[in-house]
Design a binder for this molecule. Structure first.
Ligand code: C2O
Ligand code: CU
Ligand code: CU
Length: 479
C-alpha cells in the first residue's frame, strides 16, 4: 500500500472509538465505518505484554443521526479496542469493572487455563480488577472477548461490551494484514432503538430466542460505508448479536473467499457466494475489488427459524478510483485437519427446547463432563427442537458431519462455535487443551445469549489423563 493511504488511515483512527465522529444525515449514503482502534500494550519487567481494559457503563454514543444513545463500552463509549498479539507472546490483561454490575471478561476461542478463561467463575465485582495472564499458543485467528456472568450475559453484550482479539502467527501465509486498511474487523450486531435514541432492551430477557433487532450496527456504525483502497480486502466477520443468524454475501452476488473460520485459517481459500454466521461465530473472508465499483455486503434471511429471518444491508463498499495492488491469495493456508483417532471417546449432548442440555440447566457447582488433557474426542450435538448453536471453551473443533452429510466446505476450518439448525445433528472432532485443573471448569453452551442466560450450558474440567474417575463432580465450596 502507498504511504499516503496508510497515513490517511492513521489520521482517521488514532482516537478512541469516538461515537458519532463520522455520522452523516439520514437517508444519505451513510457514515464512515468505524474501526475499533488497536489496544495499546506495555511490556512489564517479566516480559508480559500488558493490556488494560476497563468496562464502562457511562457511554454516550451517536449511532442514529441527531440522537444520543446510552451505551456500555470497554476503554470507550461502545465496544472495545481490538487486542492484537502474536503466538508465543505472554499476555497479561488488567480488567477493571467500572460498571454498576458484576461482570467477567471471557476470551472466546482462547486456549488457556480455565482460571484465566473469564467464564462465570471469574467474576469481577464493580470497582474490582482482575488480571489473568497466559501464553498465546494457538494458530493465527480472529477471537473475541465479552462478559460471561451467569444469567446476565445478554444485556451486557447488547449494551456494548465486546471486542476482537486477533492472534497473529509469525511465518504464516501472506494475507492482507494492514489493520484498518485491508484488514478490517466487522462486528455485526442487531439493535432496536426507542424514538429518543435509547436502546430498546425489551426482549433481551424474554421470548423464545430473546432479543432480535431491526437495525444492524457494524462496529457501532449505523448505515456504514467503507472506502476500499486495495484490490483485496480481508474482513474479519464476528457475529456478536444476541440471537440473529446472518447469511453474508454481496448485493451483486459476487464470489469471495473464506480464508479463516473461528479458530484459525482454512486449509485453502474457499470460494463462496454466501455463508452463514450464527452468534459467536467468526469468518475471515477476502474480497476482491475493481477500481471505482460499489457493492453492498448484505444478509439474506430464510424462514427456517425466527433468528434466520430477514434481509439486511450490512456494509456499503465504495472502491477508490485507483486501488493499491494486492498479491493473489496463497493456494495453501494451513495444514489439513487430523482425523480423530480410532477409538476416540464419543459423547452426545442433547439440546432440548426449554433451554436444557441433556435435560438439565447449568449448575455452577456441578461438573457435567470430565475430559483428559489434550484429548481428541467426538462430540455429537443433537437438536430436536428450535434453532440453537453450540460453543466449547478451551478447545477447538472440526465439523465432521451434519446429519451424516459432510459440512459446507467453508465451515471445514477450525471452529469453536457451530450453528445447530432446528431438528439437526452435528458431529464435532474436538481437540482439548493441555491445561489441567480439576477445580476450574470450562463451559459449553448455546451462544444464543438468552439461552445461555437461561441455563443452556454445561461445565467440564480438563484433568490429568487417568484421573477422570477420581475427579469430583461438584465444585461446592469453590465460589
Ligand atoms: Cu462467547 Cu462461553 O462464550
Ligand atoms: Cu467462549
Ligand atoms: Cu439455544
Amino acid at each position: 500500500l502507498t504511504a499516503a493511504v496508510a497515513t490517511a488511515f492513521t489520521a482517521g483512527c488514532t482516537s478512541e472509538h469516538v461515537p458519532g465522529s463520522a455520522a452523516s444525515g439520514p437517508g444519505t449514503k451513510g457514515a464512515a465505518l468505524r474501526i475499533p482502534r488497536l489496544a495499546r500494550s506495555s511490556t512489564d519487567a517479566d516480559g508480559y505484554k500488558v493490556f488494560r481494559l476497563t468496562l464502562q457503563a457511562d457511554g454516550r454514543s451517536r449511532f442514529l443521526p441527531g440522537l444520543t444513545t446510552a451505551t456500555w463500552g470497554i476503554n470507550g463509549a461502545y465496544l472495545g479496542p481490538t487486542v492484537r498479539a502474536t503466538r508465543g507472546d505472554r499476555v497479561r490483561m488488567v480488567i477493571t469493572n467500572r460498571t454498576p454490575d458484576p461482570s467477567t471478561l471471557h476470551w472466546h476461542g482462547m486456549l488457556l487455563p480455565a482460571a484465566m478463561d473469564g467464564g462465570p467463575h471469574q467474576m469481577i465485582e464493580p470497582g474490582a480488577t482482575w488480571s489473568p495472564q497466559w501464553t498465546l499458543d494457538q494458530p493465527a485467528s480472529s477471537l473475541w472477548f465479552h462478559p460471561h456472568p451467569h444469567e446476565a450475559t445478554a444485556v451486557q453484550v447488547y449494551r456494548g461490551l465486546a471486542g476482537m482479539f486477533l492472534v497473529d502467527e509469525p511465518g504464516g501465509p501472506k494475507l492482507p494484514d494492514t489493520y484498518g486498511v485491508d484488514d478490517i474487523p466487522l462486528i455485526i450486531q442487531d439493535k432496536r432503538f426507542h424514538e429518543d435514541g435509547s436502546l430498546d432492551e425489551d426482549d433481551v430477557d424474554t421470548g423464545p430466542y430473546g432479543f432480535l433487532g431491526d437495525v444492524i450496527l457494524i462496529n457501532g456504525t449505523y448505515r456504514p460505508v467503507f472506502k476500499v483502497q486495495a484490490q483485496s480486502v480481508r474482513f474479519r466477520l464476528l457475529n456478536a448479536s444476541s440471537a440473529r443468524v446472518y447469511q453474508v454475501g454481496f448485493s451483486d452476488g459476487r464470489t469471495f473467499h473464506v480464508v479463516g473460520t473461528d479458530s484459525g485459517l482454512t486449509e485453502h481459500p474457499i470460494a463462496v457466494k454466501r455463508l452463514t454466521l450464527s452468534p459467536g461465530e467468526r469468518a475471515e473472508i477476502v474480497v476482491r475489488f475493481t477500481a471505482g465499483e460499489e457493492t453492498v455486503m448484505n444478509s439474506r434471511g430464510d424462514d427456517s427459524s425466527d433468528i434466520q429471518e430477514g434481509d439486511f444491508d450490512l456494509l456499503r463498499l465504495e472502491a477508490a478510483p485507483t486501488l493499491a495492488a494486492s498479491p493473489p491469495l496463497p493456494a495453501a493456508l494451513a495444514q489439513p485437519a487430523a482425523r480423530p483417532p480410532a477409538g476416540a471417546t464419543v459423547r452426545t449432548f442433547e439440546l432440548s427446547g426449554t433451554h436444557n442440555i441433556d435435560g438439565t440447566k447449568m449448575d455452577m457447582n456441578r461438573i457435567d463432563t470430565v475430559v483428559p488433557a489434550g484429548a481428541r474426542e467426538i462430540w455429537e450435538v443433537r437438536n430436536n427442537g428450535k434453532a440453537h448453536n453450540f460453543h466449547v471453551h478451551g478447545a477447538d473443533f472440526r465439523i465432521l458431519d451434519r446429519a451424516g452429510q459432510p459440512p459446507q466446505r467453508y465451515e471445514t476450518g477450525p471452529k469453536d462455535t457451530v450453528f445447530v439448525p432446528p431438528n439437526s445433528n452435528v458431529r464435532l472432532a474436538v481437540n482439548f487443551t493441555r491445561y489441567t485443573d480439576p477445580t476450574g471448569p470450562y463451559m459449553y453452551h448455546c451462544h444464543i445469549l438468552r439461552h445461555e442466560d437461561k441455563g443452556m450450558m454445561g461445565q467440564f474440567v480438563v484433568v490429568k489423563p487417568g484421573t477422570e474417575q477420581q475427579t469430583s463432580r461438584t465444585l461446592t465450596g469453590m465460589d
